[in-house]
Design a protein around this ligand. Structure first.
Ligand SMILES: [Zn+2]
Length: 223
C-alpha cells in the first residue's frame, strides 16, 4: 500500500493537500513560534547545502518508492538522476543499524491546520513507526546557537537556538501529526548524512519527547 495514501495527504504543484483540503506548510510557523530570533549564518553555504539536500531527498524517494513505476516526474516535475551516492549509502547503513524498513518517502501528514512531508517513514522490528528527518552535508556549526538578541536560546523555549534544535522541532511536528492520526510511533530520528558515507542519527531530544512534548505543543497552539 502506498504510505502517502495511508495518511490521506499529497503534495501537488507546491501545495499540501490533506483530506481534500489545502494545508499550510509548517516551516514558517515553527520559525514564528519558536526561533524567529535566529541569526542566519553565511548565505552561500546554506544555499548549496539546500540544493544538495533536495537532490538527496529525491534520490531516496526514487530508491524507496519507485519500485514498480517511477512517480518522480509527477512528484518533482522531472526525472531523478541516479545517485552514485555516498549519501544514499550512509542512509542504508542507518537503516541496518536501527533495524528499520522504509514504508514511504515524502509522506504528507497534517495536524488539521498545517502540513509537512515526512522525509522517510519507517517501521521498526516491533511494527512501530519511525519518522526520519534527513539532513545532508557536513555542517560544522550544526550545534552552534546564534541569535540576533544575544540570548542564544529560542524565543519561547529554554533551548539553544541551533540548527540541530530547529531540526528537532521538525521531527516533533512529524510525531505530533502521526499521533493525531492514531499512528503508533516507537522512535524517531534526525539523520545527518555525510559526504564521507557516514551518518549521525540523533533521536528525538529529551526536551520534547514524552511528557515534555506538552510544553512544545502548548506553545505551538498558543495564539
Ligand atoms: Zn522515481
Amino acid at each position: 500500500m502506498c504510505a502517502a495514501g495511508l495518511y490521506g495527504g499529497s503534495y501537488v504543484n507546491g501545495r499540501y493537500v490533506v483530506d481534500g483540503e489545502v494545508k499550510r506548510g509548517i516551516t514558517k510557523r515553527l520559525k514564528q513560534k519558536f526561533y524567529a530570533n535566529y541569526a542566519p549564518s553565511e548565505q552561500r553555504r546554506s544555499r548549496s547545502s539546500k540544493l544538495l539536500g533536495t537532490k538527496v531527498h529525491r534520490q531516496l524517494y526514487h530508491k524507496y518508492t519507485c519500485k514498480e513505476a517511477c512517480s518522480c516526474v509527477a512528484m518533482f516535475g522531472s526525472k531523478t538522476r541516479l545517485a552514485k551516492g555516498k549519501f544514499v549509502r550512509a542512509f542504508e547503513l542507518f537503516l541496518v543499524e536501527k533495524r528499520l524498513e522504509v514504508v514511504g518517502c515524502e509522506v504528507v501528514v497534517s495536524d488539521g491546520e498545517f502540513a509537512t512531508g515526512i522525509d522517510v517513514l519507517c517501521v521498526d522490528a516491533a511494527g512501530l513507526y519511525c519518522p526520519v528527518e534527513i539532513k545532508c552535508g557536513d555542517w560544522p556549526h550544526l550545534q552552534v546557537a546564534r541569535t540576533v538578541d544575544g540570548t542564544k536560546t529560542m524565543t519561547t523555549l529554554p533551548v539553544p537556538n541551533s540548527h540541530a534544535n530547529q531540526h528537532q522541532l521538525q521531527l516533533w511536528f512529524n510525531v505530533h501529526c502521526l499521533r493525531k492520526r492514531g499512528v503508533l510511533v516507537g522512535s524517531c530520528y534526525v539523520v545527518y548524512l555525510q559526504s564521507n558515507g557516514h551518518f549521525r542519527a540523533h533521536p528525538g531530544a529529551s526536551w520534547w519527547l514524552g511528557e515534555r512534548g506538552k510544553v512544545v505543543e502548548e506553545i505551538f497552539q498558543r495564539e
